[in-house]
Design a protein around this ligand. Sequence first.
Ligand code: SF4
Length: 260
Amino acid sequence: MRTDEDFLRELELLETFQQLGRITTNKATDAAEVTPKIATREERSTDSKPAVQAAKLAAVPIAIDPARGARIAAMDWAALRTETAACNACGLCKQRKQAVFGVGAETAAWLFIGEGPGESEDQQGEPFVGQAGKLLDAMLAAAGLQRGVEAYIANVVKCRPPGNRTPTLNEAAACAPLLDRQIDLIQPTLIVALGKTAVIRLTGSEASMASMRGKVHSYRSIPVIAMYHPSYLLRSPTEKLKAWEDMLFARSEMVKLALP
Ligand code: SF4
């Protein structure tokens, strides 16, 4: 049986918690609570979800070629992969080695959305590899998840912004039909927006991450939770405590959402 201490160790937080006196026992965590029963896609399609706080802000206004949007909205996984690999809808196509589509179970209940590929991701063709990926894997483990098994991982933009800069709103808008089609195909129970770019893209709010955390937002009628991006957590290790709180919040929300 996994314990809370196991999860804190995976997030490299155990020592910090012990120093703060916030954990003193080896309190076991019920595995069923950590990895709740996940509703099937059919179950998820019924109207059994608890009420989700309605998004108070409109999503980012996206000006796209309607014909391209409609074409992508009708694609299956194979067509979407082909479209993404050959996409030149924004300037990010010019310097990429490859578009980074996403990874994970195509019917995953959890969908994690980051900002965009970095250098390692551009080379390897998979989102969240390298140090940030290692930390994300630890965060997934804290929720009882494994990369590629119960979770799908994608980015707001599929091509690496030069110098790892933040994608522009126009680049995010150009890539939106691809991400939206992924969301529609997966139909996740819960979306975790990692970092400000993903939060803005999904909620339309440019409010601080501090004010967006700990609440349930909504995108395409799917609950959205905001968390700090793993790259930010690597730069600001003390904020990992908040990542732990966010994972507990996400875990509890998923338990509620997975209830029949
Ligand atoms: S970032 Fe998205 S829209 Fe831009 S070229 Fe890559 S796949 Fe196309």
